[in-house]
Ligand binder design. Structure first.
Ligand SMILES: Cc1ncc(C[n+]2csc(CCOP(=O)(O)OP(=O)(O)O)c2C)c(N)n1
Length: 353
């Protein structure tokens, strides 16, 4: 009889910057003041875009809108670790990650008004369109990463899922394949504590999402998702490992969905306002601003300038968005696949009739 421990595991949690903007210098990733300023400008632009989208929905100027407010560090910090040749796979809440990679604001507004032309990703951006089905993003990440490895083009693939998405088989298929084929895949789980009204604790009995990586023999880490430096550091290390042929990583960005799930939801029915307030005090943008002010790379005047530039960009996008022609209902059929399938053709004929 033999009884012994054959393997033990641990899960790391990473925070570099606290809620007061104080950093642990020994953990600080390599970033110039210019890069930090660029990250801040991008987060402010994303927040401005998000607030405007919500207001427009309430004014009847846009369709159902999905906000990412409070998740900017998680998305901007991770997208910032990618190079141009790398692939990104966004979910419906990944607007900030998409904006970081240069996706036009106007197209996001178009998409959220039901205009399929809004998700025709520009040819110079290596990104899939936003996918609404929960969980499908992870196998796409693994597939793109496997393709890059086979082609030897040196690109990595990174994509997003929610905590709810980890209950789908897709998530586990993706991690298993990525591990077995040592593909350069980075799967980011934005654990924002909710899948609509289902709380994280009712989603999985695991203490962390990060530990799910262990079952597939790949690294998993939990990160303070409201700390842009921690998110960037964990993602950059995962990207570097993937590019060096060392395989995939699962990153759990521990954060909180402050807005309703979408503009069709009412989160007051299933969570307390106190909890939302607690998380508002951990706001990722405030945190970076405090750091920059303390370090002397931002002052009130420059901050005002950044905010007004963001407003200008967003207002310009809104103006353009409200001028585009009405979408053609036939686009719904045309944009699903590169070539229309027979059943879609049939449905299109029905529509015409
Ligand atoms: C396959 C599939 N099933 C159900 C839905 C309906 N649905 C939309 S969002 C959502 C919750 C997803 O939560 P999570 O993955 O945690 O992401 P979050 O919205 O919190 O960012 C569900 C069930 C869907 N879009 N796709």
């Amino acid at each position: 009889m033999v009884k012994k421990v054959i393997k033990t595991f641990e899960i790391e949690y990473l925070q570099v910057m606290d809620t007061e903007g104080k950093v642990d210098e020994s953990l600080m990733p390599k970033l110039s003041d210019e890069q930090i300023t660029e990250m801040y400008e991008t987060m402010v632009l994303c927040r401005t875009f998000d607030d405007k989208g919500f207001n427009m929905q309430r004014q009847g100027r846009i369709g159902t809108f999905i906000q990412f407010k409070g998740q900017e560090a998680s998305q901007v910090g991770s997208a910032y670790a990618l190079e141009e040749k790398d692939w990104m796979v966004p979910m419906y809440r990944s607007g900030a990650a998409m904006i970081t990679r240069g996706f036009p604001l106007i197209m996001l507004y178009q998409y959220f008004s039901g205009d399929e032309r809004g998700m025709k990703v520009p040819d110079n951006i290596n990104m899939l369109p936003m996918a609404i089905p929960v969980g499908t993003q992870s196998p796409h990440v693994t597939g793109l990463a496997m393709a890059s490895k086979i082609k030897g083009d040196g690109a990595v693939a990174l994509g997003y899922t929610g905590d709810g998405g980890t209950s789908k088989g897709d998530f586990h298929d993706a991690l298993n394949f990525a591990g077995v084929f040592k593909s350069p895949a980075i799967i980011i789980c934005e654990n924002n504590q909710f899948a609509i009204s289902v709380h994280r604790k009712d989603q999985t009995h695991s203490e962390t999402i990060a530990q799910k990586a262990l079952a597939y023999g790949i690294p998993g880490i939990q990160v303070d998702g409201n700390d842009i430096f921690a998110v960037y550091k964990a993602t950059k290390e995962a990207v570097d490992r993937a590019r060096a042929g060392e395989g995939p990583t699962l990153i759990e960005n521990y954060t909180y969905r402050r807005p309703d799930h979408s503009t069709s939801d009412d989160a007051k029915k299933y969570r307390s306002e106190e909890e939302v307030k607690e998380w508002a005090a951990k706001d990722p943008i405030d945190r970076l601003r405090k750091y920059m002010m303390n370090k002397g790379i931002l002052d009130d005047a420059k901050n005002e300038e950044i905010i007004s530039k963001a407003k200008e960009k967003v207002e310009k996008a809104v103006e353009e968005y409200e001028k585009v022609s009405e979408p053609d209902p036939e686009d719904i059929f045309k944009y699903t696949y590169a070539e229309m399938t027979p059943n879609l053709k049939e449905q299109l004929e029905d529509l015409k009739d």
